[in-house]
Ligand binder design. Structure first.
Ligand code: DGY
Length: 318
């Protein structure tokens, strides 16, 4: 029997492309940017691996050939895939949960520390040849130890961040749609409302999914309810932040510093951030470790294997 056909929209780690080529008639690409002719490339394909930044909206999904039975996104976030449209066409959607939680939480911790301790400014100072030596008042930042960390979205990544932050002596607070059971919550303080949550966020880290329901959640009104001089980190989705409001708050000092790994409309970055010293900007590398990207690829392929074998994959998006 011929192997099923798998379309891959981006260049993937070598081990994943090797497995794809072993088990499928794999249509691989050397490109790191979104494929512009997915529908044409998918002719006769049984499965597709896509990535964040690939827009799999209802129009594209509707135009996919009948042969496509499963779309696996090489990401935990699936806000770029219209899951309802896929379901309506009988196409299963898989993602890559769990395996990237630690790497993404590490990235959030990195953003928090870099923003609070002004690491970007210090790096730029040295690279520009402007460092004249140690000085008692130079680049004084905010110590995170002893501060309250507010986590918006206490899912797998948010809870991994909480574990790390406890090691830094931070007190954990969270806001989510529902309170977690004690074994997942630990000593974290649940806030059922934003009214009590926002004022305790000396540091606020965003870990909610993207999509219409959370679009521009961090807006001017909510920023105003943070403690003055709060630190903000976002390693989740850029759409969670109203950039105009955050730029204004970074300029006024309402937010002392921010660390961002994701952007609304990325790879475009709101130009307001670029001139600000007190924001650390990373290029969406939350899950970018070798071991994590391999694990994500294997999980995506496991999902495709299962669907094409008539089984329900553990990583099916429901
Ligand atoms: C995800 O998985 O959703 C990240 O944003 C990319 O790793």
């Amino acid at each position: 029997m011929p192997k099923p056909v798998l379309l891959v929209t981006r260049r993937l780690p070598q081990a994943i492309e090797a497995r794809a080529a072993r088990d499928y008639q794999a249509r691989l690409t050397a490109s790191d940017t979104p494929m512009t002719d997915v529908v044409a490339q998918a002719a006769g394909a049984n499965a597709v691996i896509c990535c964040p930044g690939d827009v799999f909206d209802a129009a594209l999904i509707g135009a996919l050939p009948e042969s496509v039975k499963v779309i696996a996104t090489f990401s935990v976030g699936y806000d770029h895939v219209d899951v309802a449209a896929a379901k309506a066409r009988g196409i299963a959607v898989c993602n890559t949960p769990d395996v990237l939680s630690v790497a993404t939480a590490e990235c959030a911790m990195l953003l928090i520390l870099a923003a609070a301790r002004r690491a970007g400014e210090g790096e730029r100072m040295i690279r520009a040849g402007n460092w004249l030596g140690w000085a008692p008042t130079q680049l004084m930042g905010t110590q995170v130890s002893g501060r309250r960390l507010g986590i918006f979205g206490f899912g797998r990544i948010g809870r991994e961040l909480a574990k790390m932050a406890r090691g830094f002596g931070m007190a954990i607070h969270y806001h989510d749609v529902a309170r977690l059971p004690p074994e997942l919550e630990g000593d974290a303080v649940f806030h059922p409302t934003e009214e009590t949550f926002l004022p305790v966020c000396d540091v606020l880290s965003l870990h909610a999914p993207g999509g219409a329901g959370t679009r521009h959640w961090l807006n001017a009104d909510r920023i105003a309810r943070l403690p003055k001089g709060a630190v903000v980190a976002n390693a989740a989705r850029g759409t969670l932040v109203d950039d105009i409001a955050l730029v204004a708050a970074l300029t006024s000092g309402q937010v002392a510093a921010a660390g961002l790994d994701v952007y609304d409309g990325e790879p475009r970055v709101n130009p307001g951030y670029l001139g600000l010293e007190n924001v650390v900007l990373l290029p969406h590398l939350g899950s970018a470790t070798t071991e994590t990207r391999d694990a994500m690829g294997h999980l995506a392929l496991d999902g495709i294997d299962a669907v094409l074998a008539g089984r329900t994959p553990a990583n099916l998006v429901r």
